[in-house]
Design a protein around this ligand. Structure first.
Ligand code: SAH
Length: 466
């Protein structure tokens, strides 16, 4: 270990920064964020730095060159941030002679202390150092860690902090306390806090402390939208909850890559449904979720797209609520959004469409029953979620109810995946197109003049026919 990592309580301590440029400003912000006071010495100073120094506490700005006597023992830290190497060296020497901690920008050999890259989820703080070998590497790591630490961790830690004493008096043995906190951190209590419901989390935590002997892992269900196909469209929360799930009940439209990315050891249960071939009926799915959650397991119910858009998500959670099983819903990117973006077809556009409708058009006894008059109103985009069967009937009816025969229509197959294809046609010609080419499910159809924008805005489509 090249450095000794310590967290410095800098509250009301004073730091001298020599230099008035961008780096000085960055350092000043860090010191002030930690409750410190900043003095600055520089012949010129960025206005933002000048304001910061005076705005917070009683910092001072000395307009001029640095002098050896400026290094005063009242400083807990001195930062040499000039662009003159000799001055920086002289500052470092003075500090060493006076036993004051010094940080020299861009010269680690002169530093007593360095500024790590940080991930701040106050009060949680992650500091990353590359031992001066590669600041770029620290930045890269910070990006990665930032992505995976939910924003709510700070609030959660703060809540736990407030109850530490109470837990200590209720559970005197250190070992029992460790077991307790470990259970809490993996429980619905933590999930309540992370999903922003702090009041509920606090009430649950109080309940858990009062009944700590009985605090067992309580089963819960996460109804998660997996997005339309590209596995990278999964949200960060979805990924985190999938990682901590023990059972995953998933649909046909869920990208296999998402499941492949998860650690082994989870129970993966396929309940995919295909048209006219319901492999697992909805009541059975409901029953599965209740059964696993009642065993105290964390169950992810993973669905293609968004669970609340043509996904029967509402019915599944009604059922969970009726059985008092805790659940949360994690939205996903719905097929319409995913396909539209990847096909370069904005769903609304000031010159084309002021509203958008998501429509499901399933065939029932050879007919599609929709409110055609509404669907043919002007200045809107229609997105049809469905298989291909009813599509010719839909085009026919739209025309019959007043839509122009040449209204543009885009049929998108396997949207957002590497196999995505976009077929551009019109209401009049779409049926013939379907006859002439081989098409693979799932498909989605976008109707409206926004489709014309595809020609100039697409960047991802594999093939275009018209
Ligand atoms: N809850 C899902 C929709 C489920 S209904 C969502 O929000 O996206 C299933 C229909 O969604 C399919 O018949 C198809 O019309 C559409 N769909 C889903 N994924 C798709 C994809 N990758 N490409 C094209 N259409 C898709």
């Amino acid at each position: 270990m090249k450095y000794l990592p310590l967290m410095h309580n800098f509250e009301r301590k004073t730091c001298l920064i020599v230099g008035g440029g961008k780096v000085a400003l960055r350092r000043a912000k860090s010191v002030l964020a930690a409750g410190g006071i900043v003095d600055v010495i520089a012949p010129t100073c960025l206005p933002e730095l000048f304001d910061l120094v005076h705005q917070y506490k009683s910092g001072q700005y000395k307009n001029g060159q640095y002098q050896a006597e400026d290094i005063d023992p009242r400083y807990a830290l001195v930062i040499a941030a000039t662009n003159d190497r000799q001055i920086n060296q002289a500052i470092a020497q003075q500090c060493k002679a006076k036993n004051i901690l010094v940080n020299v920008v861009d010269d680690s050999s002169l530093c007593d202390v360095t500024f790590p890259a940080i991930v701040d989820r106050n009060p949680i703080l992650v500091a990353i150092s590359s031992g001066s070998a590669s600041p770029q590497f620290s930045k890269l790591l910070r990006e990665r860690i930032n992505t995976f630490i939910p924003n709510g961790y700070g609030k959660l830690a703060e809540l736990f902090g407030r109850y530490r004493k109470r837990v200590k008096s209720s559970i005197p043995k250190t070992k029992d306390r460790a077991v307790f906190w470990n259970k809490v951190v993996h429980s619905y209590i933590a999930e309540s806090a992370l999903s922003g419901n702090l009041e509920q989390a606090e009430a649950q935590l109080k309940g858990a402390i009062d009944n700590h002997e009985k605090l067992e892992q309580c089963g819960e269900v996460y109804l998660i939208g997996a997005g339309p196909g590209d596995p990278d469209l999964l949200t960060l929360r979805a990924l985190r909850l999938l990682q901590q799930s023990e059972v995953i009940v998933y649909d046909r439209l869920v990208a296999p890559e998402i499941l492949n990315r998860l650690e082994q050891g989870k129970d993966l249960i396929y309940v995919g449904k295909q048209r006219a071939n319901h492999s697992v009926a909805q009541p059975q799915i409901n029953e599965l979720l209740i059964r696993y959650a009642s065993q105290g397991r964390r169950v992810a119910r993973l669905k293609g797209g968004d669970p609340f858009i043509f996904g029967r998500g509402g019915e599944e959670i009604e059922n969970l609520a009726a059985h008092n099983i805790p659940f949360q819903v994690i939205p996903g990117i719905t097929a319409a959004n995913g396909c539209a973006s990847y096909a370069g077809i904005p769903l609304t556009h000031r010159d084309h469409a002021q509203s958008v409708r998501f429509v499901t058009g399933q065939l029932q006894n050879g007919a599609v029953n929709l409110n055609w008059a509404e669907l043919t109103a002007a200045d809107q985009t229609l997105v049809f979620y469905m298989g291909l069967q009813g599509l010719p009937i839909i085009c026919e009816n739209l025309i019959k109810h007043g839509a122009a025969t040449n209204t543009p229509a885009a049929l998108i197959e396997k949207g957002t995946t590497l196999q995505q294809k976009v077929h551009i046609s019109t209401l009049e010609e779409l049926a013939a197109l379907l006859e002439s080419i081989e098409i693979h499910a799932p498909t989605l159809t976008i109707v409206g003049s926004v489709v014309n924008l595809h020609a100039s805005l697409h960047w991802f489509n594999k093939s275009v026919s018209s």
